[in-house]
Design a protein around this ligand. Structure first.
Ligand SMILES: [Fe+2]
Ligand SMILES: [Fe+2]
Length: 473
C-alpha cells in the first residue's frame, strides 16, 4: 500500500483511484459540483494566492508541503492512512475478527448514516466561515482561516470518497446532498444544530475552532476505531489535519485573552472595550455559548443507537486500545447525569453501553478544561484575578437530559423567567455582539495586526509573523 499522494491525477489520491475507472468517473463528475459549491459557498474574500499546506504523503514525517496556491486550484484529494494488513476489530461483538475491507450488509445503513453525519459538518463549517476573510486581524490569521477552510473541504472529499466507493447509488445521492444542504438554510439546513449557527466574527471563529472542531476530533477518534477499515484509515489521517484547526482555536483565544490582559494592566482598568479590546466577561460569554452548543453535538446522555454502533464494531470509544476492560462492556455500568423525578440534577447508574455518549462527552470536557487552564495561566501571569471557566453541563443545553430545563453556569436550576432575566450576563447579548463586530476591521497589511488581539509567538512553517502569507489580486 502506497502512502505517497499521486498528484498527476485529476483527483490526487493514495488509494489507486486509476485502477477503478467507474469510481474515478463518478468522483470526477462530483468534482465540478464541489468546485462550484466552493465558488459560491466557500471563502468570499478574493485573493490571488495563499500560503497553504497540502498533504503529500500520509507517513509519520513530512506529510505536508507548503506553497503559495490560488485557492480554487488547491489540490483537494483522497488520502487514507497506511493500511495495516493485520488489523483486527478492537471492540464489540466482532472483537478480534479481521477488520472489514467491505461494508458488511447488515451494517450498511448505519455506517452510511455515520459517514453522512460526519461529512455534513465539514462543508458546513466552510459555509459558516465564508465571510470572515473580510475582517481578518492579520495576514497570518487570514492564512490560517483559509487553511482550515481548504482542509474542511478535503474532509468532505474524504467522506464523499467513502460514499462513492462503498455505498453505491445511495452513496452517490448522499454525496450530492452534502453539497445541497447549507448552513443556516431554512429549507435544507445542515444536520446538526451547532453547524447552523453563524460564525460572524473572529472571536466566534476561535471559539468554534477550539470547542466545535474539538467535538470533531472526538467523533473522528471514535470512527478511527471502526471495524470498517477504510473509514478508520480516513479518520486517522483527518485527525492529523484537525490538530491544526484546534491549534488555531487554542492560540487564537490565547491571543485575545493576552491582549485584554495587556490593556487592563497598561491602563489599570477593567474597561477594556473603551481601549479597543474584548473584555474578559465577554470572552467568557462567547466561551459559554460555544461550549454548550458543542456539548449538544455528543447527543443524549444515554443512547441505544450508540450502544448498537459499539456492539456492532462501527464506532468505538476515545482511546479504545488504552481502556482497561473487556472492550465489550456487556456487564459494565457508568454513572450518567440525569434530571431526577424531583427536578434536581443528579446522577444515575446505567449500562456502560447505553452511556457511551456520556463517556465521550466527559473525555471532551476534560480536554476542553486544558485550554481554560492555559488561558487562566495567561491571566495569572499578568497578575489579573479574573478566571475563565467551563459552565455546568446543564447550562444552555438543547439536547439530552437538560434540554427541558434552564440552569445557571454554576448548575443551579432556574425558572424560565429567571433565565430570561439573567441570560444576558451569561450569553453574548446584542450589545456584546455589536461591540465585538465593531472591532472586526480588516488588517491586510503585512506585519500589522488589529488592536484587539496579540500577535502570535511564531509564524507558520518557520516563517515570520510579517511574512506575506496572502497575496491579493
Ligand atoms: Fe473536519
Ligand atoms: Fe476541523
Amino acid at each position: 500500500m502506497t502512502t505517497a499522494a499521486d498528484y498527476s491525477e485529476k483527483i490526487p489520491n493514495n488509494v489507486g483511484l486509476h485502477e477503478d475507472r467507474r469510481l474515478q468517473r463518478a468522483l470526477e463528475s462530483w468534482q465540478p459540483d464541489f468546485l462550484s459549491w466552493w465558488g459560491s459557498m466557500g471563502p468570499a474574500l478574493p485573493t490571488q494566492d495563499v500560503y497553504l499546506r497540502t498533504a503529500i504523503n500520509v507517513g509519520r514525517e513530512g506529510w505536508a508541503h507548503f506553497a503559495h496556491v490560488p485557492m480554487p486550484e488547491y489540490r483537494w484529494g483522497i488520502f487514507l492512512a497506511e493500511r495495516d494488513p493485520g488489523r483486527r476489530i478492537g471492540f464489540g461483538e466482532h472483537k478480534g475478527e479481521p477488520a472489514w475491507q467491505k461494508v458488511p450488509g447488515e451494517y450498511r445503513s448505519a455506517l452510511q448514516r455515520l459517514i453522512v453525519v460526519q461529512g455534513d459538518t465539514e462543508p458546513a463549517s466552510v459555509e459558516q466561515q465564508r465571510n470572515l476573510g473580510a475582517t481578518a486581524p492579520s495576514l497570518y490569521d487570514l492564512r490560517n482561516l483559509f487553511q482550515v477552510n481548504v482542509e474542511e473541504g478535503r474532509h468532505l472529499w474524504a467522506m464523499v470518497y467513502l460514499l462513492h466507493a462503498y455505498f453505491g447509488r445511495e452513496g452517490r445521492e448522499e454525496a450530492a446532498e452534502l453539497l445541497r444542504r447549507n448552513s443556516g438554510s431554512a429549507d435544507a439546513p445542515r444536520i446538526l444544530g451547532a453547524f447552523n449557527e453563524e460564525t460572524p466574527d473572529w472571536l466566534s471563529f476561535f471559539m468554534f475552532t477550539y470547542f466545535t472542531d474539538r467535538d470533531g476530533k472526538y467523533q473522528l477518534g471514535t470512527l478511527k476505531e471502526s471495524g470498517f477499515d477504510p473509514l478508520s484509515r480516513t479518520c486517522e489521517f483527518m485527525l492529523k489535519e484537525e490538530a491544526h484547526h484546534m491549534f488555531v482555536g487554542t492560540t487564537g483565544v490565547d491571543r485575545v485573552v493576552e491582549r485584554a490582559a495587556q490593556l487592563m494592566t497598561e491602563h489599570d482598568t477593567d474597561e477594556v472595550a473603551a481601549r479597543g479590546g474584548i473584555p474578559l466577561d465577554v470572552i467568557q460569554k462567547y466561551l459559554n455559548f460555544h461550549y454548550s452548543v458543542s456539548l449538544d453535538l455528543f447527543g443524549g446522555e444515554t443512547s441505544t443507537n450508540v450502544a448498537n454502533y459499539y456492539t456492532a464494531g462501527l464506532k468505538g470509544r476515545w482511546n479504545e486500545p488504552r481502556r482497561n476492560d473487556d472492550h465489550k462492556l456487556t456487564s459494565e455500568s457508568i454513572m450518567v447525569d440525569t434530571l431526577g423525578d424531583d427536578g434536581q440534577i443528579g446522577q444515575a447508574e446505567v449500562a456502560a453501553l447505553t452511556g457511551l455518549n456520556t463517556d465521550l462527552r466527559r473525555e471532551y470536557i476534560a480536554d476542553c478544561q486544558t485550554g481554560v487552564n492555559r488561558w487562566n495561566r495567561i491571566l495569572d501571569s499578568a497578575g489579573i484575578e479574573f478566571r475563565l471557566r467551563l459552565p455546568h453541563v446543564a447550562f444552555n443545553r438543547q439536547v439530552g437530559a437538560f434540554a427541558g430545563i434552564e440552569a445557571s453556569p454554576s448548575g443551579d436550576i432556574l425558572s424560565a423567567e429567571e433565565w430570561e432575566r439573567r441570560k444576558g450576563s451569561w450569553l453574548p447579548t446584542d450589545v456584546d455582539k455589536t461591540h465585538v463586530r465593531s472591532l472586526m476591521r480588516p488588517v491586510h497589511e503585512r506585519g500589522k495586526i488589529a488592536a484587539w488581539i496579540a500577535p502570535p509567538r511564531n509564524g507558520i512553517n518557520g516563517k515570520p509573523f510579517d511574512y506575506e502569507y496572502v497575496h491579493f489580486p
